[in-house]
Design a binder for this molecule. Structure first.
Ligand code: NAP
Length: 293
């Protein structure tokens, strides 16, 4: 299937490369055009002038942009070029109501739409080992599967439109608790004076381990948090979780305390760092030692 890719950020650029490797990528579009031109040149695919042109030259479109408003803008841009039986897949993490609106908007044009948010980080995007949780019609999912399988290892249809985002929100709540626990544990280990590399090596195989511990505790040990999953993106996700929980009358303490801590990081200018930057706050839970004062 001739596929176009929209949104060549930390995740999208790798995902587009994987589609290219599978011989599926027709061309790309990115808001900042230089990124699209550079990738198109590298892969020898089209850099489309606008979204309608991309839609008009493809049978399927994969989107990976930041937030709800961005997805709505992209879909509006694609719309004039869309034709019946096309498939649009959105891998961004956005609200359930947004994807349901878009599902209905595109269904009126005879276009299939799947919410298919992903998990597995930039590493998962690069190695095509993402977990992809989809919401939408089974027939559309079956047609889209050959594309999605080139992006991830675990691809599942969770139910109707929006159920992919409901599953992703569940994941983001877990990530919040885990990154807080890993940050707190690493700050504690640092205070204890144990060799942090050895801690990661041995505990990486222990019961308290997790993807975040194995992949992000090393960032904490180095006190360096290069952009992987940006603080401001997880903050956006947790606000979605908060809103969804509120619709059921619930308040989630892990979500609330993580939003509070991310607010501090963003105010201190760390919003574009990886979420392992929470270690900056966890380190401050211990008073400075007299010799370093
Ligand atoms: P990113 O590096 O910040 O890239 C965002 C992309 O969206 C860029 O290509 C950006 O274009 C584009 N974009 C933003 N607003 C737009 C708009 N209004 N119109 C058109 N394009 C727009 O983000 P990312 O880390 O790749 O994440 C993308 C999505 O995947 C997010 O929803 C995020 O929550 C989700 N996600 C991320 C991770 C992760 O580990 N990073 C993991 C799972 C899921 P420009 O180049 O012009 O800025």
């Amino acid at each position: 299937m001739q596929t176009g890719f929209v949104g060549l950020g930390a995740m999208g650029a790798h995902m587009a490369r994987n589609l290219h490797r599978a011989g599926l990528l027709t061309g790309v579009w990115n808001r900042t055009r230089e990124k699209a031109k550079a990738l198109a040149e590298e892969l020898k695919v089209h850099s489309f002038a606008n979204l309608a042109e991309l839609a008009g030259n493809c049978e399927a479109v994969v989107i990976c942009v930041s937030a709800d408003k961005d997805l709505r803008e992209v879909v509006a841009g694609l719309e004039p070029g869309l034709s019946p039986n096309m498939i649009v897949m959105d891998c961004s993490t956005v609200g359930k109501d947004t994807v349901r609106d878009i599902y209905a908007q595109l269904a009126a044009l005879g276009v299939g739409f799947l919410d298919c948010p992903v998990s597995g980080g930039v590493e998962g995007a690069r190695t095509a080992s993402l977990a992809i949780m989809c919401g939408g019609d089974e027939a559309v999912f079956n047609r889209a599967q050959p594309i999605l399988e080139k992006l991830g290892k675990a691809v599942a249809l969770m139910g109707g439109s929006g159920s992919g985002q409901a599953t992703k929100a569940t994941n983001q709540i877990m990530c919040a608790g885990i990154i807080q626990a890993v940050g707190e544990a690493m700050a504690f280990a640092h205070e204890e004076g144990v060799d942090l590399k050895k801690v990661i090596e041995v505990l990486g195989k222990g019961a308290g381990s997790s993807w975040y511990f194995v992949n992000r505790a090393p960032f904490m040990a180095n006190n360096s948090f290069p952009a992987g999953f940006r603080v401001r993106l997880h903050d956006k996700d947790l606000r979605i979780c908060r809103e969804m929980a509120a619709k059921h009358g619930g308040v989630l303490p892990v979500v609330e305390s993580t939003i509070d801590q991310y607010g501090k990081l963003i105010a201190e200018g760390h919003g574009d760092e990886d979420i392992s930057a929470i270690y900056r706050l966890k380190s401050k839970l211990f008073p400075p030692k007299p010799e370093s004062m």
